[in-house]
Design a protein around this ligand. Structure first.
Ligand code: EPU
Length: 362
């Protein structure tokens, strides 16, 4: 366990926002987690994975726990699946690449999603028709209030669209007030630290296509039955063309969730804006493309201070000052949040829809 003070967080968050951690603890093993729990009695803390889903609005006073537990292995083979395991500190994309190299397909649609393996279940990451929950087997976590380890299977993780029990505080009055749309549930935010994740990669693998961007690649290539590696390459190409590389332009991927509305609400919007991009869901609701809504409000390419809306995908907010030697060029968390709120107001005024941010704001 390595404890450091006054640590610059700019290299540790993909938005590249400048802020400091008063104390940062690097947890490199389960033993480190146990030691930290014993020594600190689980005081106030913030768990940091790859820093790809966080907006820092100032220096962080709670202890920052940087999870650096590594390792990846095939841990079991069943007639139906390969069960692969990775330490929470592993980089997600490197893990996806490794599984394919080992001959275990199934994660290719989620290639190039920034962040760590441990963060993947927290927001049930997903892309191009596959979500983490579709491949999830189980995870091991440590209860930060007691130091004891426990295992959770999919049903216990409460996976939803970019959501899980790890995003919600333990059930109490606040839970009921903030989560009017959900039934009372089991919240683990701030309490569980994920140390390992296991995924079940299907032996009877079938490609998941159907998304317009992937279908376009299939048509262009003339390959009708692509391999998992082929899909991986297509997904990487699509994402590189559309989404900014955080190393070059700071960002946290999609800044807002795609909102869900009733069919009536959608019909009402279609009557005014026939071009709105929407997808019918199995439960009769309709999901709207938040990127389209933001784009329709004229935000693409616009900026507030050094925070901007990406030119090629309006759902992505970017740090215009990434890489600049002058700290004054870099977006602050305040600028990002001002931009985000201005976008929310525009979308609400025009469409009557409240966009919900995807990253955690600290
Ligand atoms: N659109 C516009 N203008 C824009 C952006 C999008 O008109 O500026 C339209 C597109 O033309 C398209 C539709 O909106 O018809 C949807 O856009 P896209 O296919 O790029 O996907 P998305 O809904 O914006 C979601 C995920 C992404 C994931 C992609 C592909 C969310 C919040 N985002 O984006 O996930 O990669 O689908 O599956 O669900 C992430 O979560 O960080 C992320 C990048």
């Amino acid at each position: 366990m390595l404890v450091e003070n006054n640590v610059p967080l700019q290299p540790l968050n993909t938005f590249g926002i400048a802020a400091k951690a008063h104390t940062l603890v690097r947890l490199r093993s389960q033993g480190d987690v146990r030691t930290w729990v014993e020594q600190s009695h689980a005081g106030e803390h913030l768990v940091l994975g790859g820093g790809s889903n966080i907006v820092l609005t100032g220096d962080v006073k709670p202890v920052v726990l940087k999870v650096e537990i590594m390792g990846r292995a095939l841990v079991q083979e069943t007639p139906r699946a390969w069960i692969v395991e990775a330490g929470a500190g592993e980089n997600w994309h490197n893990f996806v690449t490794w599984t394919l190299a080992q001959g275990y397909p199934g994660l290719e649609n989620m290639a190039l999603i920034p962040g760590s393996v441990g963060a993947a279940p927290v927001q049930n990451i997903g892309a191009y028709g596959v979500e983490l929950q579709d491949r999830f087997e189980s995870l091991d976590a440590v209860d930060l209030s007691t130091g004891s380890e426990f295992t959770l299977h999919a049903a216990q993780c409460g996976f939803g669209y970019r959501d899980s029990v790890f995003k919600h505080p333990a059930p109490d009055a606040t839970w009921a007030a903030n989560d009017t749309g959900r039934t009372q549930g089991f919240g683990l935010a701030g309490r569980a630290l994920i140390v390992r994740v296991r995924l079940a990669l299907p032996k009877a693998w079938k490609p998941v296509l159907g998304y317009a961007d992937l279908e376009k690649k299939r048509a262009e290539s003339g390959i009708n039955e692509p391999s998992a590696q082929q899909i991986f390459d297509w997904v990487c190409a699509v994402r590189r063309a559309k989404l900014p590389d955080p190393k070059i332009i700071g960002n946290v991927g999609s800044f807002f969730k795609n909102p869900t509305v009733s069919q009536e609400q959608c019909d009402d919007i279609i009557a005014r804006d026939p071009k709105i991009v929407h997808y019918k869901m199995d439960d009769g609701t309709v999901k709207l493309a938040a990127g389209w809504l933001i784009d329709a409000c004229g935000w693409k390419g616009k900026s507030i201070g050094n925070a901007g809306v990406y030119e090629r995908q309006a759902l992505v907010l970017v740090n215009r000052g990434t890489g600049s030697a002058n700290p004054a060029d870099c977006a602050t968390g305040g600028e990002v949040m001002t931009l985000a709120r201005s976008i929310q107001t525009s979308v609400y005024e025009r469409f009557g829809i409240r966009l919900e941010p995807e990253p955690v704001v600290v």
